[in-house]
Write a protein that binds this ligand. Structure first.
Ligand SMILES: [Fe+2]
Ligand SMILES: [Fe+2]
Length: 472
């Protein structure tokens, strides 16, 4: 059960006074950050119908109530320990997992935790203006649910830093509140988390593709030999699922609405004239956020990835499904750009671990896009959405200095410059989206014209439930 302390937790915080004091010292800084950088305009007079964890078992972690955002009970929740858990991969395969951080892996583990931790507040910062442009009260609530949980994920990583990394960990925890998304002098660590999320198409694509990268990373970290990291990330995964639900269903509802608008106009009109979002624009935002999120898996060939795997720090998604957990002999085949053309090369599998994780990620994204395409099928339309080729618009890895179209055809720099706005959002697309989102929809049960209502409400509440209410 989670205690009713100042910092809700299931880690016995009150029996570790030093840690408790350190975290209670960090807490007001966190709240200040949340007020400054969290949802703008919804801090003081609004109550939001959100779920809060009251225990980690299935009946307790999704407890719903109205909460004022700065009073959300952010806390520290670890999944229950697995009895006699053993290291599942790498050079220490089969040995008992670690309850403390081994000195030789301290820097690597700290880096992994800080990098994960940095993404959580970054996304809250990126999304802080969206409440002013929301398509409905239902969506507004979902935005805030995602935001408070990203805040809680930051707490999860800060708990690990404070507990296992001493002075360095405390410094890193402060830095996590000091960096700022998009800030020129102190940006967030990873590029996708410095990109602006200014409209709801960005937001839904971000929660679809970038939060899915989060899922991929959390699955890898939940395999870690460092047991507290594994237990922390395992519980985070239960929350992450809702974020991807928000993204996938958000886009599905936009696609649904676009199909309806096309039908109403007997396919004769430009959807934009009807205030909807046209399918080519949806495709451009897929291209953008999918390619940005692919970068988050790192270089195709990486000695860091090999050493994370060898040392048992970061595994593959669902490691138990693989039959070889040592991976010392196998090779991975990938396309390498050399002398103006692509060449198939076999590289040692451990150094290709980023690519192995990316494969899992691409498959998971692909399944989601296929679910969107079912909507067109249902409407008897031939339009389809698709993922761009992996080499398209990359900022990290061996294709980052080259240009490819969404089908993977190599382009010259001039060709790319001429055509990039056919494939990526152009300033005019963004202006159009802002124009249809300029007036937020706050009336319960009402939806902006460009998006269909959801099939059902949250926690079996009706769709026209007052998910966000204003205090009298
Ligand atoms: Fe998160
Ligand atoms: Fe998330």
């Amino acid at each position: 059960m989670i205690s009713a302390e100042k910092i809700p937790n299931n880690v016995g915080l009150s029996s570790n006074k030093r840690l408790q004091r350190a975290l209670e010292h960090w807490q007001p800084q966190y709240i200040q950050w949340w007020k400054d950088m969290g949802p703008q305009g919804f801090q003081d007079y609004h109550q939001v119908y959100v779920r809060t964890a009251v225990s980690v078992d299935p009946s307790g972690w999704a407890h719903f109530e109205y909460v004022k955002l700065p009073e959300y009970r952010w806390g520290i929740f670890l999944a229950d320990p697995v009895h006699d858990r053993r290291i599942g991969f790498g050079d220490f395969f089969g040995q008992p997992v670690w309850q403390e951080v081994p000195g030789e892996f301290r820097n690597q583990l700290r880096r992994l935790i800080v990098t994960q931790g940095d993404t959580e507040p970054a996304s809250v910062e990126q999304q802080r203006w969206l409440g002013q442009r929301c398509p409905s009260m239902y969506d507004l609530r979902n935005l805030f649910q995602v935001n408070v949980e990203e805040g809680r994920h930051l707490w999860a990583m800060v708990y690990l830093l404070h507990s296992y990394f001493g002075r360095d960990g405390r410094d890193e925890a402060e830095e996590l509140l000091a960096r700022q998304s998009g800030n020129r002098d102190k940006p967030r660590i990873l590029d996708a988390f410095n990109e602006p999320i200014e409209n709801w198409l960005d937001f839904f694509m971000f929660t679809m593709f970038t939060d899915r990268d989060g899922k991929s990373q959390l699955l890898s970290l939940s395999e870690s030999s460092l047991d507290p990291l594994s237990r922390t990330t395992r519980f985070m995964l239960t929350e992450e699922a809702h974020h991807m639900f928000v993204g996938e269903t958000g886009i599905a509802r936009i696609v649904e609405r676009s199909c309806q608008l096309l039908e109403q106009s007997s396919f004769s009109e430009d959807i934009r004239k009807l205030g909807g979002i046209d399918i080519p624009t949806i495709q451009k935002f897929i291209n953008l956020w999918f390619s940005l999120s692919l970068d988050l898996h790192g270089n195709e060939i990486s000695t860091n990835a090999a050493s994370y795997f060898a040392n048992g720090l970061k595994g593959r998604a669902q490691e138990e499904k693989w039959d070889d957990h040592l991976v010392t002999e196998k090779h991975y085949e990938l396309d390498v750009a050399a002398a103006g053309r692509l060449e198939r090369k076999a590289i040692p599998m451990r150094t290709a671990m980023n690519e192995v994780l990316r494969d899992w990620y691409v498959g998971d994204c692909e399944a989601g896009v296929q679910r969107w395409n079912k909507i067109f099928e249902r409407h008897g339309m031939s339009d389809r959405l698709r993922l761009p080729d992996r080499k398209f618009n990359r900022g990290i890895g061996m294709f980052s200095s080259l240009h490819f179209d969404p089908q993977g055809v190599w382009l010259s720099d001039e060709q790319w410059e001429q055509r990039k706005h056919d494939w990526l959002p152009a300033p005019a697309d963004r202006e159009y989206l802002l124009s249809i989102m300029a007036t937020p929809v706050y009336e319960p049960g009402k939806f902006a014209n460009y998006i269909a209502p959801p099939i059902r409400g949250i926690n079996r509440m009706p769709i026209n439930f007052e998910y966000v209410r204003t205090e009298a």
